[in-house]
Design a protein around this ligand. Structure first.
Ligand code: ZN
Length: 279
């Protein structure tokens, strides 16, 4: 690739980053985020024991509520044939301690005296009123399917081979992960989603496991990895909303993205050139 080509690419990267920044900063994205925050606020956090029970029975669960709550608060119904997740709710009450109070009344103490079964369902077991758009972070479509073998070969050449894992073996509902050794992607995504996850995780592996590891914030790393995936995706004609949503969930601003571009351009360029070099 000659100098002119290089500059052309950098110009395009800047243009696309500005476009993404504008979408992140738009009123529309802010409105979606507000809806998302309202959605989140309706979920209480479960105890460590119940979180464990949920993950044991239905790995990959994200939003868990009782059947009636899905109905009433979210206008969603549990799908026919779905199996409930059993968790435990403490029974709180007053019990006599066996001591007498000075006034002659028996002393009581509030406490947990047992547990009862509670049945809940994950959001994936329900359908009905759509969830906030900003929750959708997977790219859809199969237009980039033919490029995946080349991308996988590039990951091997860079020393971070792609490994596919079943959803139940992905921690905390993640769709990809990087560990400085492998580029891990969840099975079952559409081709364009797979492509984007791989570029995102490869960018983490290439940029975030060196000496600078401790210096960069988690947010900065996410902005860089997602921007790299976005730029490569744009180059090959992907233009879904997934990066906007992902970055909005990480509370990125347009300024954050423009700052991240410096570190990202090289990674994005490397992937694009490898893809183009394939006959
Ligand atoms: Zn990431």
């Amino acid at each position: 690739m000659n100098e002119t080509h290089k500059n052309e690419n950098l110009g395009r990267f800047e243009h696309w980053t500005d476009g993404l920044a504008a979408r992140i900063d738009s009123e529309e994205t802010k409105a979606e985020l507000a809806k998302w925050a309202a959605f989140q606020a309706k979920f209480h956090t479960y105890s460590a024991m119940n979180t464990w029970l949920i993950m044991l029975q239905r790995p990959g669960s994200t939003y868990v509520r009782g059947m009636r709550q899905w109905n009433k608060d979210f206008e969603r119904m549990v799908k026919k044939g779905e199996k409930a997740i059993r968790i435990l709710a403490p029974l709180i009450g007053e019990r006599k301690t066996g001591q007498m109070l000075p006034n002659g009344q028996p002393e009581t103490r509030k406490g947990c005296y047992g547990f009862r079964d509670v049945f809940v369902f994950d959001v994936s077991q329900t359908d009905g009123k759509p969830l906030p758009e900003v929750l959708k972070i997977d790219e859809t479509g199969d237009t980039l399917k033919a490029l995946i073998p080349t991308l996988e070969a590039y990951c091997v050449a860079q020393g971070f081979p792609v490994v596919y894992r079943k959803p139940e073996n992905m921690p905390g509902g993640a769709h990809g992960l990087a560990n400085g050794k492998e580029t891990v992607c969840m099975e079952g995504l559409e081709a364009n989603g797979t492509f984007k996850v791989i570029v995102h995780e490869l960018a983490h592996n290439l940029s975030h496991f060196g000496a600078n590891r401790a210096e960069l914030t988690r947010e900065r790393k996410e902005f860089e990895a997602e921007l790299a995936a976005y730029l490569v995706g744009q180059y090959f004609g992907m233009n879904g909303n997934s990066s906007v949503n992902y970055l909005a969930n990480w509370k990125a601003t347009g300024t954050d993205l423009r700052k991240a571009l410096g570190g990202v351009a090289k990674v994005a360029k490397g992937v694009i050139e490898a893809m183009l070099a394939k006959p």
